[in-house]
Design a protein around this ligand. Structure first.
Ligand code: NAP
Length: 248
C-alpha cells in the first residue's frame, strides 16, 4: 500500500513541485490549498499521471478546525499520513517594522507558525507509535531569512521562520522516541508567485545577480531535499535545519 503525504500549500510553487515529486516517489498525496482550487486540481492531476492517488483539499492552515477536518478527510479518502510537509506560508507585503500593519504581523504568524503547529499536532496523533501509529516524518519549509533577518522588508516573516526552526529542534527531541523525525529546510530565494504576492516581483532576478551560483532556486531544488529527508536514506536526520541558500 502507498504511503500518504499531506503537503500544505501544494497548489503552487514549492508545495506543488513537492507533491508531484512525492507522487513519483510512490506516495499518495493530499494536495492542500487555501483559495486557488484550479491550481490545486492541476497539481493533483499531475500527481495522478505518476500513478498516485491525489486529492485537492481546501483548508486554511491557520484555522485549527479546518486543519482537523483536513486530516479527517485525508484519513477517510487516502489513509493516515506518513509524511507531513508544512509548506504553506505567506510573506505579507515588504515593509519596515515601523510601518508594519498589525494584521500582516498576525496573519504571518498565524499561517507560518500556528499553521505548522496545528498540522504537526494532527499528524503526530496519527504517526506516534504510542498511539499504534507506524511513525513518520515532518518536514518544515523554513527560509534563510530566519538567520539573515530580512531588514527593511520582511523582519516579521524572518521572525516567523525562526520560530519554525525552533519548533523543529524542540519537536524533533520530543517525538524522536515515538518514531517520528522532524527536520526543516531553510530555502533561499525560490522563483515562485510569493514574490509577486509580496509586491516584489523583481526579487528573484535581483537575488540571482548577487548569488554565488548566479541563480535562485527552482521549486524542484527544494522538493528534492524534502523527499531525501522523508526517505530512509535520511534515517539519522532529525532536528536538522538544512540550509539550501545557494551559498547565501
Ligand atoms: P507560493 O508560490 O505563494 O504558494 C503558496 C502556497 O501556499 C499556495 O498553494 C497557497 O494556496 C498556499 N497557502 C497560502 N496560505 C495558506 C493557508 N493559510 N492555508 C493553506 N495553504 C495556504 O509560495 P512558495 O514560494 O511556494 O512558498 C512555499 C513555502 O516556502 C512558504 O512557507 C515560504 O515561506 C517558503 N519559502 C519560499 C521562498 C521563496 O523565495 N519562494 C524562500 C524561502 C522559503 P493557494 O494556491 O490556494 O493560494
Amino acid at each position: 500500500m502507498a504511503k500518504v503525504a499531506v503537503i500544505t500549500g501544494a497548489g503552487r510553487g514549492i508545495g506543488a513541485a513537492t507533491a508531484i515529486l512525492a507522487a513519483q516517489h510512490g506516495y499518495d498525496v493530499c494536495v492542500n490549498y487555501a483559495a486557488n482550487a484550479e491550481a490545486a486540481e492541476q497539481t493533483a492531476d499531475a500527481c495522478r499521471k505518476h500513478g498516485a492517488k491525489a486529492i485537492a483539499m481546501r483548508a486554511d492552515v491557520a484555522s485549527p478546525e479546518e486543519v482537523t477536518h483536513l486530516f479527517e478527510r485525508c484519513d477517510s479518502e487516502l489513509g493516515s499520513p506518513a509524511l507531513l510537509v508544512n509548506n504553506a506560508g505567506v510573506i505579507g507585503g515588504a515593509t519596515t517594522v515601523e510601518n508594519l500593519a498589525s494584521e500582516v504581523l498576525r496573519r504571518t504568524f498565524a499561517v507560518n507558525v500556528e499553521g505548522a503547529f496545528y498540522c504537526a499536532r494532527e499528524a503526530l496523533r496519527r504517526m506516534s507509535n504510542r498511539n499504534g501509529g507506524s511513525g513518520g516524518v515532518i518536514v518544515n519549509i523554513s527560509s534563510i531569512a530566519a538567520t539573515l533577518g530580512s531588514p527593511g522588508e520582511y523582519v516579521h516573516y524572518a521572525a516567523s521562520k525562526a520560530a519554525l526552526d525552533t519548533m523543529t529542534v524542540g519537536l524533533a527531541k520530543e517525538v524522536g522516541p515515538l518514531g517520528i523525525r522532524v527536520n526543516a529546510i531553510q530555502a533561499g530565494t525560490v522563483d515562485t508567485d510569493i514574490h509577486k504576492t509580496g509586491g516584489n516581483p523583481d526579487r528573484p532576478a535581483n537575488v540571482a545577480r548577487a548569488s554565488p551560483l548566479g541563480r535562485v532556486a527552482t521549486p524542484m531544488d527544494i522538493a528534492e531535499a524534502v523527499l531525501w529527508l522523508a526517505s530512509e536514506k535520511a534515517g539519522y536526520a532529525t532536528g536538522t535545519i538544512l540550509r539550501l541558500g545557494g551559498g547565501l
